[in-house]
Design a protein around this ligand. Sequence first.
Ligand code: FES
Length: 164
Amino acid sequence: MDVSNKEKFTLSSELIEYIDSCKQQAHFKSFLINVLQRIQDIHGYLPQCLMEETALRLGVPTAKVYGVATFYHMFRLEPQGKHTINICLGTACYVKGAQRVLDAFKSHLNIDIDETTEDLMFTLKAARCVGTCGLAPVVMIDNDVYAKVTPEDVLTIITKYRQS
Ligand code: FES
């Protein structure tokens, strides 16, 4: 889903104040990472319009802001769902049918890996071994661990989160 261009936000007065205080410092451009982190803390990702506004306020090229945002893995350029579903695709889980479980999540949510549902409820991720191979195939939703998941379990699991 690509809603980043549709979102319209403006920097909060706190962020503007923070950026202005950064500008008083020597080498204020090095504060860019902190500014982006604060934006992400508030919005869960870096909306395009806020990266542009940040560039304008800091007096740096927009390309520099994008460059930093895309260089560091901690920054997300797309909105994230309220719940993150991690499907373990490590060897033990794969052998026990994790791919079919993943396909069931994709099909029920109508999204692919690293995408978020339109209602911003779920983001789907693939994970390497999460360290509980005896429970394979394993699915983690936020901090909840689901063991020996089958494709038939997937709708029930999704429904539980939609209703909570
Ligand atoms: S391979 Fe999935 S938990 Fe280890």
